[in-house]
Design a protein around this ligand. Structure first.
Ligand SMILES: [Zn+2]
Length: 40
């Protein structure tokens, strides 16, 4: 059985914690950036 793991920041679903970790790292950053993009 494949375990589905939902991203706590968006509605993406992954099959493994590793995929989720990579997603959060790449998409949401390490500070839990939820809102849009900051112009930096
Ligand atoms: Zn996400």
């Amino acid at each position: 059985m494949a375990e589905e793991i939902s991203c706590p920041y968006c509605e993406s679903v992954f099959e493994s914690k590793d995929d989720l970790s990579k997603h959060i790292d790449r998409i949401h950053g390490d500070s839990g950036v939820l809102e849009g993009s900051k112009s930096s």
